[in-house]
Design a protein around this ligand. Structure first.
Ligand code: AMP
Length: 180
């Protein structure tokens, strides 16, 4: 089983974000869950991959040719798949994954997360989606989604697709439970 992990290509302002990425990488590996991610060695993405690899985990990167050429692709991964575009990359990551995890990140992370939520809303998959809520990181987004539900733009059932985990251990156990 593999989990697609979406997270920042930067480290963010708080040390807690890096600690959470490192712990998530290690715990996913220890649980025997492979990781699929954007394939880069920078920011939280690199921290997650390094920690999972150090714990003996399987890490697959999916990255567009152009970004690979920019030499920020992680060279030590179990597998690095090169694709032709960012669109192809997201589709391939989702295809390889049995579940999804979102950690703190920026617009790229948000976009990837919301895409798999909308795909679930459309009935295209039933894979679990868990957000790691490091110090309330996701409360702003969830507030927006709650507002959309209150305004009848989003079905209440779609809000349930966004599962929250308080810690990396909680994230991994929720994913293991959903996949068992
Ligand atoms: P951001 O949150 O804006 O830092 O973007 C991070 C997310 O977008 C990650 O989950 C990646 O899948 C994707 N991404 C952003 N930058 C890169 C990159 N240089 N190489 C591969 N994927 C990236």
């Amino acid at each position: 089983m593999r989990i697609a992990v979406y997270l920042g290509s930067s480290f963010g302002r708080r040390a807690e974000y890096t600690a959470a990425a490192v712990q998530t990488g290690r715990l996913l590996a220890q649980a025997g869950l492979g990781i699929v991610y954007g394939g880069s060695n920078i920011g939280l993405m690199g921290a997650l991959a390094d920690a999972a690899l150090a714990a003996g985990g399987e890490v697959t990167g999916v990255t567009p040719d152009g970004l690979f050429a920019a030499e920020i692709a992680h060279r030590g991964l179990t597998r690095l798949e090169l694709v032709r575009s960012m669109h192809e990359r997201k589709a391939r990551m989702a295809e390889l994954a049995d579940g999804f995890a979102a950690l703190p990140g920026g617009l790229g992370t948000l976009e990837e997360l919301l895409e798999v939520v909308t795909w679930q809303q459309l009935g295209l998959h039933k894979k679990p989606i868990v957000l790691l809520d490091v110090d309330g990181f996701w409360s702003g987004l969830l507030g927006v989604v709650d507002g959309l539900v209150a305004d009848d733009f989003v079905p209440a059932a779609s809000r349930e697709y966004l599962m929250l985990a308080a810690t990396p251990a909680d994230l991994v156990s929720r994913l293991c439970f959903c996949l068992s």
